[in-house]
Design a binder for this molecule. Structure first.
Ligand code: SAM
Ligand code: SF4
Length: 339
């Protein structure tokens, strides 16, 4: 068990950015196969390579000790990992004790009817649910395996449990561009904020990403023909830039890694379920934390490995999507590092 105190200095990278946000991909597996995220036939990590939930908990505790105030669990689908609530309950204790400000997760919503109340009970207050369309047939097509009705039931269950929800939608040309205004009205009508995300070139998929890419600058101009959008300084510690929509009263976020680079304020690092730490979503450099984790029962080696990794946090990503750049910017899929 981690017994270190909060005496360690904060993690500050070479560009002066304080790292206080950890995203943890607890599994690379998923019960959906979204076409922009995964190929239909994915090879997942062998189970033996995964850190145990206890090891993930210990790693997270070391990060909290080093100044992490927010942890987001993601994946793959975090709620399909066996006994995941065990980890969530342990991490929730850091929030309860004031060592952390927030424990949250990003989910596809498929398991929320089962877990919503327990999540609230563990100290989770906000979650992101990814929904790219409200048309059941299109939903099945984009997720390949998903059932919209089940996800919407999950959203209701989460609201009933007291969780606030933000809807995440990846903007995909010719797929949901025209539907975003309706989705926005729906989300805001149910008291949920919404964020639209540009598709990022991560991992080989079965389609050409240039066919999917919809620049959010274009989507924003289209939305401005129907809604009054007002820029606001609101931040949730993430890269989204927010506007309020006067007609609905809700907030809309834009995550624009391609049309507007958001790296200058990056405060996060990403841990995978095998204990690899990525210092940037869009770069390949990584640090192995599994070896120092397993090398000793104390946390000194681990703390050293984390400090060394932070000195390598790069200035930014190099995402490009155009017809001449056919290779993904990084070979790993979003489900490895969790978006
Ligand atoms: N399974 C969960 C979910 O879908 O919310 C969590 C993991 S998923 C990888 C996290 C987010 O990344 C989702 O909102 C998903 O839509 C988004 N995403 C996946 N692949 C992406 C890509 N290539 N470009 C942009 N966003 C992507
Ligand atoms: Fe699964 Fe989320 Fe990727 Fe869709 S976006 S395949 S739900 S990990």
């Amino acid at each position: 068990m981690n017994t270190t105190t909060h005496s360690t200095p904060p993690m500050i990278d070479p560009f002066g950015r304080t790292v206080n946000y950890l995203r943890v991909s607890v599994t690379d597996r998923c019960d959906f196969r979204c076409t922009y995220c995964m190929a239909e036939n994915m090879t997942f990590l062998p189970k033996k390579d995964l850190l145990t939930l206890e090891e993930l908990e210990r790693l997270c505790a070391v990060f909290v000790d080093k100044g992490v105030r927010k942890i987001r669990l993601t994946g793959g689908e975090p709620l399909v990992r066996k006994n995941i609530m065990q980890l969530i309950r342990q991490l929730g204790r850091h929030v309860e004790a004031g060592r952390m400000d927030e424990l949250t997760l990003t989910t596809n919503g498929s398991q929320l009817t089962r877990f919503a109340s327990e999540l609230f009970d563990c100290g989770v207050r906000r979650i992101n649910v990814s929904i790219d369309t409200l048309d059941p047939d299109k939903f099945r097509a984009i997720t390949r395996w998903g059932d919209l009705a089940k996800v919407l039931e999950g959203v209701k269950a989460a609201q009933a449990a007291g969780l606030s929800i933000k809807i995440n939608a990846v903007a995909l040309k010719d797929f949901n561009g025209a539907e975003i205004p309706e989705m926005l009205k729906w989300a805001h009508g149910q008291g949920m904020d919404m964020t639209v995300i540009e598709t990022m070139p991560m991992g080989e998929i079965d389609e050409d990403r240039t066919d999917q890419y919809l620049p959010l600058s274009q989507l924003r101009s289209e939305l401005e023909q129907r809604f009054t959008l007002e820029d606001i300084p609101f931040r949730t510690g993430g890269p989204a830039r927010y506007v309020t929509v006067s007609e609905t009263g809700g907030k809309l976020g834009f995550i624009t890694p391609l049309t507007h680079n958001f790296c200058e304020s990056c405060n996060r690092v990403r841990l995978t379920c095998t204990g690899t730490l990525y210092m940037c979503l869009g770069q390949n450099d990584a640090a192995d934390l599994r070896a120092p984790l397993r090398a000793s029962e104390g946390n000194e080696l681990l703390a050293q490995a984390i400090d060394e990794a932070i000195t390598r946090k790069p200035k930014g990503h190099d995402f490009i999507i155009d017809r001449t750049t056919r290779q993904p910017a990084v070979a790993r899929h979003m489900s490895v590092t969790g978006g």
